[in-house]
Design a protein around this ligand. Sequence first.
Ligand SMILES: C[S@@+](CC[C@H](N)C(=O)[O-])C[C@H]1O[C@@H](n2cnc3c(N)ncnc32)[C@H](O)[C@@H]1O
Length: 446
Amino acid sequence: MADKARGPRREPIQRTGEPDAAADIGVEARIAAGILLNAALERRNGLDEAMASAELKSLPGPDRAFARAVAMAALRRLGEIDAILNRRLQKSPPEAVRTILRVSLAQTLVLDTPAFAAVSTAVKLAERDAKTRPYKALVNAVLRGIEREGPGLTTAESNLPDWIAARWKQTYGEAALAAIALAARDEPPTDLSLKPAEDANALAEALDGQVLTGGTVRAGVRGDVAAWPGYETGGWWVQDAAAAVPARLLAAKSGETVLDMCAAPGGKTLQLAATGATVTALDRSEPRLRRLRQNLDRTGLSAEIVVTPGEDWEDERTFDAVLLDAPCTATGTLRRNPEVLRATKPADVAKLADVQHRLLDAAAERVAPGGRLVFCVCSLEREEGETQIIAFLRRNPAFRTAPADPAAVGAPAEALTPEGWLRILPSMWAETGGVDGFFAARLERI
Ligand SMILES: C[S@@+](CC[C@H](N)C(=O)[O-])C[C@H]1O[C@@H](n2cnc3c(N)ncnc32)[C@H](O)[C@@H]1O
């Protein structure tokens, strides 16, 4: 596969992190990294499933964390890593050999692992398996060649699957595509949403971070969030700055009734419950609702929980405000979940748009006269965002757009569309570390 030329922007690959003591971590962790990488490339949720497998769980914690960091780095830079490899490979090696090479390059090019450790463990990995043993010398030569002569220039856009890059170029233009690709190269910072009574400035200071417009605290440190101040006492929860926007847009108030229609694992339910509104959190997935319950317990917040598909809910109630955070391709979360780009197929966009259409109609029925409806998706695909709302407003003349005020809801100013909706791109707020991609529209029943 040749390095894709989608424009002139070619730059040296940048290192972004350094897992602890990578040089001391051994072959087993690298094998695990390969397992995680391939699971993520093979199937949706593959990485999470593989992380939960007995094989991964049997590793010591630091090895497991290292394996995940390597797999994530490889996924974020897959196009660049393959381009570098392809310049040195005369023909494509067996997949197992490519995995070893990818895992090794993710360490040296992205994670700052010392080359001696990344290369020698790659050679040991090749040696261990009869299928890869004949390629031991090749693995050594390719990796040492790259170390000696440098990786060469690569493009951030090459990390995006072709069909996705083509779509985003058409929807957002070439410059935005390049900016999104750049934003997706690096591990994003961790953002926290706080309960209203918490001191955002003190938390930001403790985490060497900053308070963003809207009140999100962006941590300046990484690591185990459960060890950060305020976790045990439930003062905050992890939630990307963009993911915190839709619940603010709904502007729930104490004393109102609110339905969160696709609620689990509950980041937005927590925001809504923290306003003092009476919240009903509905989701079709019991396992995901279990996580929502744990989140409510930890934060001391409360909500009624309903397990059912939103379209089939046999309940007559209507609500002052309804939030529909619909299931979607999640392409906007590519910085946090680079695997979504590999797992999503073109046909998924239309399939999920159908689900969103049905859920939107079901959500609309739950809105009391004069009430509000916020629809949002963490997708960059127009069919899951703007197109849904245009079609919904045509089918439902009883609703109209209530334009968003980006400053009031902690969204980037440039996210506001002419229609009054919010289209947040991962390239926005780049100077403070970027955001997830989101679409959100607030509607009101006339
Ligand atoms: C984008 S996630 C929601 C994230 C959540 N709002 C949060 O902030 O943590 C979409 C959710 O929709 C749920 N879901 C999918 N189809 C559904 C349906 N027909 N009815 C209700 N929930 C559904 C999924 O189980 C998933 O939890």
